[in-house]
Design a protein around this ligand. Structure first.
Ligand code: SAM
Length: 191
């Protein structure tokens, strides 16, 4: 049973459904690879997963985690060491994306100054939205418990609130009776 108060777990409900058909999946902040591993384990034959991170340390950590777990041989995995906004503009420019995920903030146990930045996050989401397949999904976990995270979530909320209703479903999920500003989840779907 998932913990419905936990944004990281709650998004699995959405991912599980998307992964039944997804051909192209992008983890825009692959970090230590936990989310990517979850997705890779549910990938169907022929699915191509991309893991992006701005830090080589994170890419190596993700590679190691996925190497030590059994991923089906007919699932492809590509790592991109770059900022997600740039990766979407260049390495992924021709891809049609079925599922893209963001887990914002910093790499746990690492330098907290290397952190997602509102303008890059929004630029990457904007580029990702234009690459989504029909009914394709973007999930974003945001961390309002720090001042940087709160600022990023405010920018994000403002950007997402203005997305064209005819083109995208845009939802915001958050725990209502929890202290200490727990993580919140945004779910976007191309109509
Ligand atoms: N999804 C990861 C996991 O399952 O382990 C956790 C991600 S961690 C909370 C956030 C990651 O975003 C960090 O590894 C950090 O290096 C990365 N990051 C920060 N800014 C970035 C950017 N502009 N482009 C890509 N990755 C970025």
């Amino acid at each position: 049973m998932i913990n419905i108060n936990n944004a990281v777990q709650f998004q699995h409900l959405i991912w599980d459904r998307s992964m039944k058909k997804a051909k192209v999946v992008v983890d825009a902040t692959c970090g230590n690879g936990h989310d990517l591993l979850y997705l890779a384990k549910r990938a169907q034959k022929g699915c191509h997963l991309f893991g992006i991170d701005i830090q080589m340390k994170a890419i190596n950590s993700s590679k190691e985690l996925l190497k030590t777990n059994d991923i089906a041989p007919d699932v492809s995995l590509t790592f991109i060491h770059d900022s997600h906004d740039l990766a979407l503009a260049h390495q992924l420019k021709d891809e049609v994306i079925d599922l893209m995920i963001f887990n914002l903030g910093y790499l746990p146990g690492s330098n907290h100054k290397v952190i997602t930045k509102p303008h890059q996050t929004i630029d990457a989401i904007d580029k990702g939205l234009h690459k989504l397949s029909k009914s394709g999904v973007i999930t974003i976990v945001a961390y309002p418990g720090t001042s940087e995270g709160k600022e990023e979530m405010q920018s994000l909320t403002s950007y997402l609130s203005d997305l064209e209703q005819k083109l995208y479903n845009v939802c915001h999920w958050h725990p209502m009776n929890q202290i200490n500003n727990p993580p919140e989840l945004f779910i976007l779907q191309k109509r």
